[in-house]
Design a binder for this molecule. Structure first.
Ligand code: GRG
Length: 303
């Protein structure tokens, strides 16, 4: 058990180190006026588990020495920039109105609502600019078909995330059934997690490969499981471990899995979604070792 946890920690740690450097490189390429520059740095560089980039890199590992790895690195940056924008906006007074994120003051708490809103806005554009750039690919020609597919995947997932957020806000204080809750979370959280996997998948596989639907299924299961776990942690964990305000869901009467089915049943549901995810990965055999390890980390995560 200890051995597996260590391997998990190593895979994630390596991904965190790589994405931290790559994000730094990407941000340095932009010339932004103050205080926007500092707000963007605050929203992106301070902490975070970096799960989405880690899923990107681990998917790339399905093929040894992926010749399009530069496109995977750009995708990992782009997905994290979109994620950071969503967190900055999610914390705004007109949304969740939170003051703590990743153990730090939220972007608007540190820089004001106007600058935090604009930081989120520009992070969206930056994500697509990075995706269409030659970053890490100066020698080899950029594969335009891959870039186009990645842009489509990211744009679709980002739109779904906003739609999911709207549905989530509408559901506050109301009773929703499991199908409605699933629709909210597949859009709000699951779509971006699935996109992290698919943006790397298109650097390796053609659309007709059987690997594509398997990875789509894996992404869908792990994406929903992530939100179920997030709902559980909001109840069983504390503010210090989470780096964000614990118990917030109940405070604002959010529709969550524990609220719908009870805490114990929600834990069982999270495990069953992970089982579905592992099942989809079994198609890839040992090549999916890193994806397996990250999935195990996600199931046992405490923050
Ligand atoms: C356009 C106003 C406007 C809003 C954009 C705010 C928004 C739409 C969407 C919110 C989406 C959102 C914040 C979903 C929650 C997903 C989630 C579980 C986030 C936490 O992810 P972690 O645990 O965070 O990976 P770290 O900090 O580790 O990166």
């Amino acid at each position: 058990m200890t051995a597996i946890s260590n391997v998990n920690a190593d895979v994630l740690k390596q991904a965190q180190q790589r994405i931290q450097q790559d994000l730094q490189t990407a941000l340095e390429a932009f010339s932004l006026p103050e205080p926007l520059k500092s707000a963007v740095h605050h929203a992106v560089m301070l902490g975070g588990k970096r799960v989405r980039p880690a899923l990107c890199y681990a998917t790339s590992q399905l093929q040894e020495n992926n010749p399009n790895f530069a496109a995977v690195r750009r995708a990992a940056i782009a997905i994290e920039l979109i994620h950071c924008y969503s967190l900055a906006h999610d914390d705004l007074p007109c949304m969740d109105n939170d003051l703590l994120r990743r153990g730090q003051p939220t972007c608007h708490a540190a820089f004001g609502e106007d600058t935090a809103l604009l930081a989120g806005d520009i992070l969206q554009s930056m994500a697509f600019e990075v995706l269409g750039s030659r970053l890490f690919d100066q020698i080899q020609a950029v594969d335009a078909e891959i870039v186009l597919k990645q842009m489509q995947i990211l744009a679709t997932a980002s739109s779904k995330m906003v739609c999911g957020q709207v549905l989530d806000l509408q559901a506050e204080g109301k009773h929703v059934d499991q199908a409605q809750l699933e629709n909210i979370h597949r859009n709000k959280t699951g779509a971006l997690i699935q996109a992290a996997i698919m943006m790397a998948a298109v650097t390796i596989f053609k659309g007709t490969d059987q690997a594509i639907p398997q990875l789509r299924q894996f992404g869908q299961s792990i994406g929903l499981a992530f939100q179920v776990q997030d709902d559980i942690l909001d109840i069983i964990s504390d503010t210090e471990s989470l780096g964000k305000t614990a118990g917030k869901d109940e405070q604002v009467d959010k529709s969550t899995y524990p609220a719908l089915m009870g805490l114990e049943q929600a834990k069982i549901y999270a495990q069953s979604l992970h089982n579905q995810a592992f099942e989809a990965l079994s198609y890839f055999g040992e090549n999916a070792l890193e994806l397996n390890q990250i999935s195990q980390f996600l199931l046992s995560r405490k923050s």
